[in-house]
Design a protein around this ligand. Sequence first.
Ligand SMILES: O=P(O)(O)OC[C@H]1O[C@](O)(COP(=O)(O)O)[C@@H](O)[C@@H]1O
Ligand SMILES: [Mn+2]
Length: 645
Amino acid sequence: MRSLAYLKLMSREYPTIKAASSEIINLTAIQGLPKGTEYFFSDLHGEYEAFVHLLKSASGVIREKITETFSHIIPEKEEVALANLIYYPERIMNQLELKGLADGDWQRVTIYRLVQICKVVSSKYTRSKVRKKMPPEFAYIIDELLHVDYNDDNKRVYYNEIIRSIIDIRVGDKFIIALCELIQNLTIDSLHIIGDIFDRGPRADIIMNELLQFHDVDIQWGNHDVSWMGAATGNLACICNVLRIAISYNSFDVLEDGYGINLRPLSMFAARVYREDPCDRFIPQILDENIYDAVDPGLAAKMHKAIAVIQFKVEGQIIKRHPEYEMSDRILIEAIDFDRGVVTVEGKEYPMLDKFFPTVDPKEPLKLSKEEGELLHTLQLSFMHNELLHKHIRFLYSHGSMYKCYNSNLLYHGCIPMREDGSFEEIVVNHQAYSGKALMDYVDRKAQNAYFMPEGSAESEDARDFMWYLWCGAKSPVYGKGKMTTFEHYFIEDPSAHKEPMNPYYRLSMKEETCDKILEEFGLPKKGSHIINGHVPVKIKEGESPVKAGGKLFLIDGGLSKAYQTKTGIAGYTLIYNSNHLALAEHKPFDPKKESTPKVSVVENMKNRVMVADTDKGAELAERIADLKELVAAYRDGVIKEKVE
Ligand SMILES: O=P(O)(O)OC[C@H]1O[C@](O)(COP(=O)(O)O)[C@@H](O)[C@@H]1O
Ligand SMILES: [Mn+2]
């Protein structure tokens, strides 16, 4: 039973019995519709071109709908053209207009075809839901076109008249764009990003701008996202980390053009300090050329080394501040014997591949030189006072979390840390142990604290440091590996020193019983639930499958990141969950000049078609309906009076 105060509050929205009743009817109708289609992506890693294309094309589904609707009626070439128009309406319209091809005839045929597609993709939604997705200025007309009976002669004339007048008053192009956007919007009902939007690829900022505009999206943070979130809070190690990774992939555009971070102080410092040093171990990998900020690879290598050295120092300082992180054996810059040019890691001595450290004082290796300190301060200011970056980071907070339970699926990026024996790994804070779901909730709260606690407070400092721990700490659920061997990769030749042991989770979660245990921990039923995981690239070409644990676990990092495509052999996955099935779309490397359709395989058929009533949204609607019924009863009993104007 709701309180009277609550019902009174509701009565503001539904002031009469009629208003409340018609909402009950509306919500009940929605319950009876098939559920909307959910899309899952992970590990986008700045690959904006490929990702935006997947999003606009609904990972091949729009193309499928076009074929379903028009095959044998229109030539394939025209189907492709229609598909491209739906994905990129403004761009394509501009091109056609320049060529004089977007004339009235073309507009008429195009509107007719788009309306047909729109009918197909809107068929499983209520009229009111579809209408809410339309731009208000065209809502009435689109609604009419979608529902006119074309077999009725009178209506056919009416239909043709509407289209004619749209073209006559010269809003045909705007109308076409509205229809294309509506089709896109209807095809993907909700979008889940299982982490790692940032790093490696060219423009994570462009991806964030797309996500910001998307109608329904949630994000489960990945280790790379957490590192950027930490950087935005001013965490020095995270700042160095995001800069180091961007420079190592030659991604200057995301920093300078994307976020407007001025790298000149760093480049001047690096050019001076490492003037004679070729910085061979730091030559950036070039996967994409910069469009706006081309930097000479020699200078980039110097910048890369400069920021890496600073990172190792400030990381060491964090580790010293936090013995509870149990990472003192990871302060490798202190384990260098500068006279002999060797470093000792876990009791084993290795020769250093680079012995030139002009800014490191062997007696105090963690101390920043004066210039390094000043440089870092400048960089910190540009991360902390960066409007666009903070807009994006706030969105990561408002739409993101460590994990999400949604329609009987458990979504997270990395892992639920486990021990070899299958028990959940713990983090102990103030004598309180956190493991499993409690650990995920604890980490989530810490991440919130890092951004939202007042600057300078003890909680805020502690939480900010913790953001770096999340990036690479052994018990971090977003990282899931025993150590991060960044230092070893730069300075040690022996590949055995580069190993990063995976948390036992990754072995144990291959078993159905482990997945059941995890699902249970998060309050989800064993039957019909799934875990959806990113983070670890699936090596398809070595025969690995993304479907694990008898279909309970989906590992969907298929390598959207170019840097990992040689490992996986494909260019990413989309997991698609509609009312009939769960399907995996496997993508080929993105080529803007070539149309390619993904290989789609259904991985699980639903026993019965899943209706809105069966979903989390359905449960919310049921609650709402019950509340509205109480409100109607309160009106009928006179406990609350109708507000009639
Ligand atoms: O979440 P991811 O993509 O696995 O990233 C973390 C990994 O990236 C690395 O830093 C290597 O990065 P690169 O492949 O970009 O050089 C590993 O040391 C670390 O385990
Ligand atoms: Mn990751």
